[in-house]
Design a protein around this ligand. Structure first.
Ligand code: BEZ
Ligand code: MG
Length: 588
């Protein structure tokens, strides 16, 4: 090899090592639940200290709290932590981030050990020794905030409140949501209230949505070299409650509009963001709205519909306004009128919920994956909004119009908003995001790119579906901390493990997004390890059988190329589990 080539090879190898280190840090820092919540019981200390570290990693401008990594970075004279995270990967950058991370962990540990004895003083001493001149006043503020969060975690009112509710007594109200994003949800066991739907999206949600929508577009541009003309977005009720409408605000920002408010802070309409200010084209957004969202956010559905109509009516070029471009093309090509071609807000028929794609997958009741897309459209083709004469329509069946809108989709997208519930923890992510992806693929003939945004990580990443499946597989499904935590719960724990395997399979069925190694490792961990399989079987033979059956289904449907010998072993395990369940073979 020439000297030049050798240098290049070394640089390439160094780069791969750096990228790998970055990935490992991401996996290591990810917060995961290590067991199920037991009603009425407070979380154990280990859960709290991890949660506190993540809690401390967010700036909370509304309470004038600066994040711990930022305080440490400033104390080390390094300036902005966000800038550090945004820098290109280098050995120095990674080492600096690791140093900040280590100090942050030490602060949390010190704080825990000296909670009742001037924790901020101890932390400042410890940091000073590590060469970090932290702002003591700011640190105190942050630690006070953590103290009150711990107090909330340690006092559960769940059992007492349940008893009070059963006696017909008053239960104090409190907000619901994710502890990390809103520690005000603590203590649990209050009468959970949601959100004022008229204020959605809140000012804070709009502020957070703009960079997130930009990150989504940047990510897609870095993959494909251009802006997507149409994005299909999934909107759920619960995450918009938790974030006061961040997904709604993202949809508006993609269209290039902002909400307008009245003196009571109610959202009353939208204003157009001029193209010069937007600095990019207006994206066409096809919205699939859950039944829960529809029931909670009626006026928001009208707002979204009105936003699309306004954007479609702007006199802008096709290159700068994809909504107008598509509406006009559909009117001339399909002969639809404006009110038909502009429909973008779709949900179930009134009174109906869900896509049923999850039931079809769970029960293996499908032959061709296009059936999953077809079912999605059949369930979700009801349009909501107000027509050009301001006449409201609530759930107008519009199957052909949804299909035309989906035929243009290049990207499908949803927000994840909780550390507890990821895309393989429940079957709803694949029924919605996977469902709309298969439906779009069926209409357009090409699978869209699929993205999820993660408002849980301080740098608010946008990941592809494939990256998210890998991350969740490594941090949860195959992580002994996670599955041993589940197994402590016996029967339900095994059911949780099986659900994750089935939901992972759901991403094969709806989006071909699962690598072979995922199934290889699931099989090796839970089935080919005989001791583990025996544990699963004794705790919950039904779920153990379903898990093995799901792996066989993944292979049978061509989503997993598996070694014939492994397949044979899985078949034997399946038959053995079945024989025991049916009493053909009796336990010794
Ligand atoms: C929601 O709208 O929040 C939701 C919809 C379907 C499943 C789970 C949540
Ligand atoms: Mg459910």
């Amino acid at each position: 090899m020439s000297r030049n080539k050798e240098d290049k090879a070394v640089a390439g190898r160094d780069r791969r090592v750096l990228e790998l280190t970055d990935r490992l840090m991401e996996i290591e820092q990810r917060l995961i639940p290590t067991g199920l919540h037991i009603f009425g019981r407070e979380p154990a200390r280990a859960v709290s200290s991890d949660a506190l570290r993540v809690l401390a990693s967010f700036d909370r401008p509304e309470e004038e709290i600066t994040s711990l990594p930022q305080l440490i970075a400033a104390g080390l004279g390094l300036g902005s932590y966000a800038m550090l995270r945004g820098e290109a990967l280098s050995e120095e950058n990674l080492a600096t981030r690791e140093r900040i991370d280590r100090l942050a962990r030490d602060v949390i540990e010190t704080f825990f050990d000296h909670r009742n004895a001037q924790p901020s003083l101890r932390c400042v001493e410890m940091l000073n020794e590590g060469g970090c001149a932290i702002d003591r006043h700011q640190l105190e503020k942050l630690l006070d905030f953590l103290s009150s969060t711990i107090a909330g975690m340690e006092s559960s009112r769940e059992a007492d409140s349940l008893a009070a509710a059963l006696r017909g007594q008053y239960v104090e109200p409190g907000p619901g949501g994710d502890i990390i994003q809103n520690p005000g949800v603590l203590p649990t066991g209050r009468n959970t209230h949601a959100v004022n739907p008229y204020s959605v999206p809140s000012r804070a949600a709009v502020l957070r949505a703009e960079p997130q929508a930009r990150a989504l577009l940047d990510r897609h541009r870095s993959e494909s070299g251009r802006y997507p003309e149409t994005i299909a977005m999934v909107l759920w009720g619960i995450d918009n409650i938790k974030t006061q409408g961040e997904s709604v605000a993202q949809a508006l920002w993609l269209l290039g509009v902002r909400p307008k408010r009245d003196a009571l802070n109610r959202t009353t309409g939208i204003e157009i963001v001029p193209l010069e200010q937007l600095g990019r084209p207006r994206i066409d957004v096809v919205m699939t709205v859950s039944g829960i969202f529809r029931d909670l956010f009626g006026t928001t559905m009208e707002l979204l519909d009105a936003a699309v109509r306004s954007v479609a009516g702007l006199h802008e070029s096709d290159e700068q306004n994809f909504v107008r471009k598509h509406v006009r093309a559909q009117m001339s090509q399909a002969g639809d009128d404006f009110d038909e071609a502009v429909l973008r807000v779709f949900s179930n028929a009134p009174g109906n919920y869900g896509t049923n794609v999850n039931f079809m997958v769970n029960d293996s009741q499908w032959n061709d994956s296009r059936e999953l897309g077809e079912l999605f459209v059949t369930r979700k083709c009801f349009a909501y909004g107000r027509d050009s004469r301001r006449k409201s329509f609530e759930g107008r069946e519009a199957k052909a119009l949804l299909e035309r809108a989906l035929a243009r989709v290049e990207v499908t997208y949803q927000n994840i908003d909780s550390t507890e519930v990821g895309i393989v923890d429940v079957d709803h992510y694949f029924e919605y995001l996977g469902g709309v992806t298969r439906a779009a693929e069926k209409q357009s003939g090409a699978r869209p790119a699929i993205y999820l945004s993660d408002s849980l990580s301080p740098d608010r990443k946008v990941r592809t579906l494939e990256e998210t499946v890998k991350l969740e597989t490594r941090t949860k499904t195959l992580n002994p901390k996670w599955f041993e935590g589940m197994l402590q719960h016996g029967f339900s724990g095994v059911a949780e493990i099986e659900h994750r395997v089935t939901n992972t399979f759901g991403w094969s069925a709806t989006a071909d997004a699962v690598d072979d190694w995922v199934y290889d490792e699931v099989a090796a961990t839970f089935v080919l390890d005989h001791e583990m399989l025996e544990r699963l079987r004794r705790l919950n033979p039904h779920s153990a059988r379903t898990l093995v059956g799901r792996l066989l289904e993944a292979a049978g449907r061509g989503y997993w190329s598996v070694e014939p010998s492994t397949l044979e072993e899985l078949r034997r395990a399946y038959h053995d589990l079945e024989d025991r369940l049916e009493g053909v073979v009796v336990d010794a």
